[in-house]
Design a protein around this ligand. Sequence first.
Ligand SMILES: [Fe+2]
Ligand SMILES: [Fe+2]
Length: 221
Amino acid sequence: MTAITHEEFWTEFRGIKEELKKYAHDKAYKFWTREDLTQHEVFTAIEQRVWLEIAYVFFLGKQINDYWKEFERSTVTALCKHMWEEAHHYEIICRVLEKHGYTAPTEPPKEHLGWENLHWEALGKDRACAVAVWNCSETSTTTTHDIVIENCKRIGLPDLARCYETIKKDEEFHARLGEMIVERYVVTDQQRDNAIWGARRLREEMMHYYDTIYPVPNETA
Ligand SMILES: [Fe+2]
Ligand SMILES: [Fe+2]
């Protein structure tokens, strides 16, 4: 099998991100705009979604520990900022969960072990494979933030809306940082093969993820 070219890689990688952005938007829109959406349904989704924040702290810690010498120093510093922001997202969302009588998750939700394990597998491959994976994951969420913020306010959860206003701003930086790292550090045939392997796998995991956290009652029956 011949290796994927630079051009083929970018066409497919950007295509996966665009497809996931649309998928995420449509799933989020159907879930969040339902007239009879309850706060309990929202917190059930948020308990699962918030795991991703703390999971990225662990992935980024592993990424920095294993590969920091292969990156420019300014990139390592940016990855540390990314890691801190994910810890902050976990903290502010968990405070809201607890305030409303819910519990902060300390284990990956069993429905999302595929998503979780893919990141660990990618982290073992090379310096940028996991970044390619999480860049697709994080970029897909960017089309959901305004829907989440607006509808949290609509159903009387302004505290949660404020959290997602912070998250929205930070996620723009994370999505740009991830794309920059893939551009600069995915250069060999092997690295491109690894990165596109990760992006293709992530595409499947992410669709399952949105199907699970944003169920539409009469579609899942
Ligand atoms: Fe986050
Ligand atoms: Fe992020």
